[in-house]
Design a protein around this ligand. Structure first.
Ligand code: ATP
Ligand code: MG
Length: 371
């Protein structure tokens, strides 16, 4: 197990900056997920930790040891690559055993460790097969097996599930989480899939343009995003963002939209927002925090609004209904039969306790459910 500490890390490819100054402190046994859009520098950061790329600036320490100048194979780090490759002429057993054999481990130990890894990954019955005789998901597991028998102090995974279909992905995601619970090693895992990030991570590190935008526990980022980017990245369907103005209404404050619609804010938010009355803001609301109004169903903090649904998307368990709010297409995650066809008018309830309010200039969140 290992602690990983990164300070001021920078890496460019010629003139292209990929990582522009990253600080990270990962404790022993922690499962950290690096997430962010394509090209934000996730793989570069991971490859620099592994020693496959040389840092331009900054330091990488594993267990207090500065490893910037340590060769990749002496860092004792195991990595599963975004485009993993198995040795095509070796069977599964030999593929997993490869690293152990290279280190001249005794025969018994090789056998034991390969067996243990195979059991953990559910591929015991496949040990005699060649890679081309395996499905994509099975190959992926062999690649993971090859990494875990190395008994490395740090495990790096670069989108290890990207080639799998949705169902297999779900299965493997659970297996990787269980694997981490079983072996308790420090893991850094890259993905651009926010569901994978939310479900796996002890801590999410959300990257944008070579920098860390925000890091924290999954629900902390989800419920208390610091910026519009974080609020919009986590969650599916994504948070709705609608321009609005904060106005005084009666004794309270309301969010007023360009089309004249208004949603009252709960009293609990009045104190923190009274200095912002008259201000143009971005109103952020998650689709799951909008529900259909039923007789007598409004709870404290909910604001009611009548809308016309113009797009209906059933997913099975839920139905997404789209409507215009302040001229912006807005999605509500409704119950299955709440709306059947476009054109229907519905009264909706917005959970105003859960909304975020964003400064449109800086894109910083100025109020979320914790404030
Ligand atoms: N070998 C390379 N030579 C030049 N530029 C590169 C190289 N590798 C990556 N880049 C650039 O560096 C930036 C970061 O790339 P990186 O591969 O780290 O992104 P990523 O977050 O892993 O993206 P993805 O989700 O698509 O895998 C991108 O702009 C990319 O084009
Ligand atoms: Mg990548």
């Amino acid at each position: 197990m290992a602690r990983l500490k990164i300070s001021g890390l920078k890496k460019s490819y010629g003139k292209v900056p990929a990582v522009r100054g990253v600080d990270l402190d990962i404790s022993e046994g922690e499962f950290t997920v690096l997430v962010g859009p394509s090209g934000c520098g996730k793989s570069t950061l991971l490859r620099t930790i592994a020693g496959l790329e040389e840092a331009d600036d900054g330091s990488i320490e594993i267990d207090g040891e500065l490893v910037n100048d340590v060769r990749p194979r002496d860092r004792n780090v195991a990595m599963v690559f975004q485009n993993y490759a198995l040795y095509p002429y070796m069977n599964v057993f030999e593929n997993i055993a490869f690293g152990l054999r290279a280190r001249k481990a005794p025969k018994n130990q090789v056998k034991d460790q390969v067996q243990r890894a195979a059991e953990m990954l559910g591929i015991t019955s496949l040990l005699e097969r060649l890679p081309r005789e395996l499905s994509g998901g099975q190959r992926q597991r062999v690649a993971i097996g090859r990494a875990i028998v190395r008994e490395a102090r740090l495990f790096l995974f670069d989108e290890p599930l990207s080639n799998l279909d949705a169902q297999l992905r779900d299965e493997m995601r659970s297996e990787i989480k269980r694997l981490h619970q079983d072996i308790g090693k420090t893991m850094v895992y890259v993905t651009h899939d926010q569901i994978e990030a939310m479900t796996l991570a002890d801590r999410i590190v959300l990257m944008k343009d070579g920098l860390i935008e925000q890091q924290g526990m999954p629900l902390e980022l989800f419920e208390r995003p610091a910026t519009r980017f974080v609020a919009g990245f986590l969650g599916s369907p994504a948070m709705n963002f609608i321009p609005a103005t904060l106005k005084r209404k009666g004794t309270g404050i309301a969010m007023v939209f360009d089309d004249g619609a208004a949603l009252a804010l709960p009293a609990s938010r009045k104190a923190s927002l009274s200095g912002s009355v008259g201000r143009a803001v971005l109103f952020g609301v998650r689709p799951e925090h909008i529900e259909r109004s039923r007789k007598g169903s409004a709870r404290p903090g909910q604001a009611r609004l009548k809308v016309t649904i113009d797009l209906v998307q059933p997913t099975g368990p839920r139905t997404y209904g789209t409507f215009l709010l302040g001229g912006v297409e807005t999605v509500a995650e409704l119950e299955v039969h709440d709306v059947e066809r476009p054109g229907e008018s519905l009264a909706l309830l917005f959970d105003m306790n859960r909304i975020v309010i964003i400064d449109p200039e800086t894109e910083l969140v100025i109020s979320h459910s914790g404030t």
